[in-house]
Design a protein around this ligand. Sequence first.
Ligand code: SAM
Length: 211
Amino acid sequence: MRLRNVKGSREAIASSEFTINDPEQYKGKWNTVFGNDNPIYIEVGMGKGRFITDLAIANPDINYIGIEKYSSVLIRAIEKRKEIDIQNLVFIRMDAENICDVFAEEEIAKIYLNFSDPWPKDRHAKRRLTSKEFFARYNNILKNDGVVEFKTDNRPLFDFSLEQIPEAGWEIIAHTFDLHHSDMNEGNVMTEYEEKFSSMGNPIHKLIAKR
Ligand code: SAM
């Protein structure tokens, strides 16, 4: 994602009622943030947040947490969030590398990864959100019957993921190289990147993984 520094975004995020500062303090008790025991779904690398916001509006009985590394992007999600009256969506500005400091074992019911940064150089493979290093982190926080759902238009990243995920000890229970023309598309909610790349004619790839 091309990043422009948005002046004051870090301060605006820190003071937003929709951002959880010091998220480590809620490890094992995220239900207290939402005031209920509904399942918690997270999106890692949510960008401007359209996908997770649309899901939260459509599914009031599920709690959503959007995770994004950069303030200049997250601020856009917060601006949209202010305009809607829902109780089931909050954001964290953090690097997902530290996700195990923030969520306890089995605290999360589903993880979404959408159009994750490809990190094309081999020496950066560990930074890819579908690397086995990241799946080891997801293993620590996801419920036993939980799933990871991943979408991308980047074929090399998708092929890498199809190899890495089984190597990490997970099973790919469904996948497609052309989501929008497959039966996996039923109920699909588009992300900002998905809309942009599919309108350029790129096929969208999707996989679902469980342990
Ligand atoms: N998911 C959105 C979509 O599909 O429209 C945004 C996709 S964008 C290419 C990837 C986003 O993931 C960027 O906003 C980037 O800052 C974020 N990101 C990448 N690595 C991350 C990490 N380790 N922790 C948190 N966010 C990350």
